[in-house]
Structure formats: C-alpha cells, structure tokens
Design a protein around this ligand. Structure first.
Ligand code: GLP
Length: 247
C-alpha cells in the first residue's frame, strides 16, 4: 500500500484526476473492453470530479469508452431525491461528461427484491470484466462505501443497516431530522472493493486524521474496514496534510 501526501484537497483532486486520466488513456487502445471505474459519493471525491470535468472540457479525456459502478445507494428514497446518490452523481459528475447513460451503474435502492438487485450488481461487475480502478472515500469511523465498522472484510454487495453514527452524521442533509434519514442502504462489499485491480482511497481533512492513522498504522481490522487496503497489492491512499495530523 502506498500513502501519498499532498498539500490540500485541491492538490489531491488534481493528482487523482490526472492518475485516472492516465490509466484510461493507457488502457483503452490495448484492451478490447471499456475501462471499468468504481466511484464514490461524498465530499472527498468532489475536487477529483471537478478536475475530471475541467479536463474533459479541455478535450484531454473522453468517457465514451468507460463503464462505471457506484459503490452504494440508500434504500427507500427516490432517485430524484436531492440526497440520493443517483442525484449526487448526475449533478456532480455524469451530467458534465460524455459517458453514455447505459455505461453508468448505480444500485437501485427501490428494487422490489433488494437481494436480487445486489446479486445482479455483482454479476454485472463480473460481466464488465471486473473493476479496474475503484476510487473510494472513507468515513470518519473508517467505513468504506457503506461497510460500517464490524463489516466482514470478505463481504459482497448487500443490504446494510446503517449504524447510529452514520444516521446521525447524515441527518444534516435531511433537515437535521433523524426520522428522515434512510436506515438502510445497498453497498458493494469490502470483498467487492478488494477484487478491483487497483483501489485508490482519498482521505482529506482534520476530521479524517484518526481514521487515516488507524487505517495506515494499526493492524487490519473489521472495526476499521478501510484498513483492509493494507492487504491489496495495488492499494493507494492519497491524503492531504490536514489528514496526517495523527500519523
Ligand atoms: C458516505 C458515503 C461514503 C463516503 C463517506 C464519507 O458514507 N457512502 O462512500 O466515503 O460518506 O463522506 P465524505 O467524503 O463527505 O467525508
């Protein structure tokens, strides 16, 4: 696992976007399938998305030959809800690039059969050739996607009950009303993320300092699910100086 430290979150975003662009450009001419990119929501990837959009507008990169799989989605809120991860991804990224709609995959938190939806998602990832690069954020408590502390480190895509801390933390996006926050989500598993050929976790800001310390300096533990990155052959953490305060 590599740990790269950049000055601030803008520098992190520029570096990560540049890295993704190089990966896509190197991949496309030599492979007979599209590059498969795993994507997160949250504030951490926003500087990366903004930079990718900027570079796309400059003509540096096309997303025509890319397939994406998002990592998670709430259960029980409509896609059009401003807090759904569908809404987030289109507003912050997909609406500004040239990716074909059929290449975008996001779990359907309103599927009639949620377990079936999760199984299909795993199959779709497999059929696309597996994920080449999974871009991830991390929760303050070390959760990755919505694999809360205590999640199995070999877990697959499934329905997950959110822990109280996550519900409480997310209530600021739901009028500070705990009763409006979804209590369940669909999420790729820790094992699903670890199957990616490469995993890149963005960790920025003082409030992530404890998580970065646990993930990098402690042993691998399901209590800090992102610590599994230590076991990935191609695992990269890109953090800013603020996040390194406890290292
Ligand atoms: C949510 C998302 C995660 C994200 C985390 C941290 O739980 N489902 O994918 O990593 O929030 O968000 P932020 O980047 O805003 O700190």
């Amino acid at each position: 696992m590599q740990v790269l430290i950049k000055k601030d979150q803008t520098e992190v975003g520029k570096w990560v976007a540049d890295y993704i662009i190089k990966k896509i450009i190197d991949f496309n001419p030599t492979n007979n399938r599209p590059f498969v990119l795993g994507l997160p929501t949250g504030s951490s990837p926003l500087p990366t998305y903004n930079e990718l959009i900027r570079r796309h507008k400059l003509g540096d990169i096309s997303f025509q030959n890319i397939i994406t799989f998002n990592m998670d989605e709430y259960v029980g809120i409509p896609e059009s809800h401003t807090q759904s991860y569908h809404f987030f991804m289109y507003v912050n990224f997909f609406n500004h690039i040239d990716i074909p709609k059929q290449n975008v995959h996001i779990l359907n938190g309103n599927a009639l059969n949620l377990d079936q939806e999760c199984l299909e998602y795993e199959k779709n990832i497999f059929n696309a050739g597996g994920i080449d690069l999974f871009l991830c954020g991390i929760g303050n408590d070390g959760h990755i996607a919505l694999n809360e502390p205590g999640s199995s480190l070999t877990s697959r895509t499934r329905v997950k009950s959110l822990c109280y801390d996550t519900i409480h933390f997310n209530s600021r996006f739901f009028d500070n009303d705990l009763s409006k926050v979804p209590t369940k989500a669909l999420t790729v598993g820790v094992g699903t993320i670890m199957d990616a050929r490469e995993v890149l976790i963005v960790i920025t800001g003082y409030n992530k300092a404890r998580a970065l310390k646990e993930v990098v300096e402690s042993g691998v533990s399901h209590l800090w699910p992102a610590s599994i990155l230590q076991m990935h052959q191609n695992g990269i953490i890109v953090c800013d100086e603020s996040a390194t305060m406890e290292l």
